[in-house]
Design a protein around this ligand. Structure first.
Ligand code: GDD
Ligand code: MN
Length: 375
């Protein structure tokens, strides 16, 4: 029988104060769940801990595996999300669901070395640090689990990040860290929550800064399953960088839209030159260039600027048509405003810029309403 009658309900039993929550984002990690729970049990023996797996719709039996363990281990909990929203937001949702004063985050594929968790926990519990970051790139940490190409990429992004984010972290891309929960709650409203890099997001979102310690560790190879690293993850990282820099001044979407538009101008010129080179008349070449550039802008905006509302299949065809309509109207507004300025004795280039800016803003506003809101 499920549950108890009111009269036979046992009194709440105190089980000791919860000290540490380990958040494990998972997506198709069925072969790693049990290993992870066993490894945590072995290493966290002296601490009152819980593990919270945050799943984003795994299809390989991960959820059933977690449930099986959760049924008989009071340490094990799960959050099952059904709209995949990505690693960063999975970690935040997990951290927001616990009462533990210290939160640690570790990948669910056994690549991070869980045996450092007790030391990381103690640094925070004993109030020596607000945040402890696992690092592969200093103090004896290693990244042998990476292929040569991935290592080169990771190091390049690490250097780039420290320059543009003004961080001084040996491993800003690390997905292995521990933090005081109250400090996380404090920065949570300012997080971008985009993509993979939640640790960095937290690190740069604090107004008063954190006392940070680094914990070197050996990044292991994946034991089972596949990496979720993909072009999408890299695009997300790019968007994250924009959001955390220029995004403080202008809406991130607008910046992305304008960047895509600038690339569109280059595509336009390239097509114009190619078609002229084939011996076609200018009006023909210019028309081709406009059509291709708009389609290019649509495709790139659909992938990057509106990644979260990405149109697929038929919706994409309808979207493209509506984008042509929006940009056509934008061109008329552009010509109208430009001519108006020119006629009221503005310099030609000022009139040109004013027209262009009007067109761009129109395209941005109208496409956000028509193209990417259309169902
Ligand atoms: N819930 C959820 N949702 N989990 C996800 C998602 C998602 O969309 N994508 C990936 N995960 C889980 C994976 O199942 C794994 O447990 C963990 O997040 C890391 O994903 P991997 O696919 O193994 O990433 P990686 O090994 O290429 O990169 C990781 O390690 C790097 C070094 O620490 C990530 O943590 C990177 O952020 C980190 O730089
Ligand atoms: Mn991994």
């Amino acid at each position: 029988m499920l549950g108890f009658m009111a009269s036979e309900q046992p009194a709440l039993q105190q089980e000791g104060v919860l000290e540490l929550a380990v958040i494990v984002p998972v997506l198709n990690e069925v072969g790693n769940i049990r290993k992870m729970v066993d490894a945590l049990g072995e290493t966290l023996g002296a601490i009152n801990w819980e593990v919270i797996f945050v799943d984003d719709g795994s299809t390989d039996g991960t959820i059933a595996e977690i449930d099986t363990l959760a049924l008989c281990h009071r340490h094990v909990r799960a959050i099952k999300r059904y709209n995949r929203k990505g690693l960063a937001s999975a970690v935040v949702d997990g951290a927001m669901s616990t009462a533990a004063p210290v939160v640690a985050v570790i990948d669910g594929d056994m690549q991070h070395d869980e045996r450092h968790l007790p030391a990381m926990y103690r640094a925070i519990a004993e109030d020596r640090s607000d945040m402890v970051i696992g690092t592969r790139y200093s103090g004896g940490g290693t990244a042998d689990g990476f292929s040569a190409t991935r290592l080169r990429g990771s190091l390049a992004v690490t250097r780039f990040t420290n320059v543009i984010m003004r961080t001084r972290c040996s491993d800003p891309m690390s997905g292995f860290f521990a933090i005081r929960r109250d400090r996380l709650v404090e920065v949570q409203p300012r997080l971008s929550g985009i993509g993979f890099k939640i640790m960095l997001d937290i690190l740069v979102s604090s107004r008063q800064g954190f006392r940070v310690t680094e914990q070197p560790y050996d990044f292991r190879s994946r034991q089972s399953g596949d990496s979720k690293m993909s072009a999408k993850v890299l695009i997300d990282l790019f968007v994250f960088f924009i959001d955390k820099t220029a995004g403080r001044i202008l809406p991130t979407r607008l910046i992305l839209f304008l960047m895509v538009g600038t690339l569109g101008v280059l595509v336009h010129l390239a097509v114009l030159r190619a078609v002229l080179g084939l011996g076609h008349a200018f009006p023909v070449a210019q028309t081709m260039a406009v059509l291709v550039a708009i389609a290019f802008n649509f495709a790139l905006n659909n992938m990057v600027t509106y990644a979260s509302q990405r149109l697929r299949g038929w919706a994409m065809v309808k979207g493209l048509l509506s984008f042509y309509l929006v940009c056509g109207t934008g061109a008329l507004a552009n010509i109208g405003v430009g001519s108006l300025m020119f006629n009221s004795h503005s310099t030609w280039w000022l009139a040109g810029i004013a027209g262009g800016a009007t067109g761009a803003i129109w395209n941005y506003a109208a496409s956000s309403l028509l193209t990417w809101r259309m169902k």
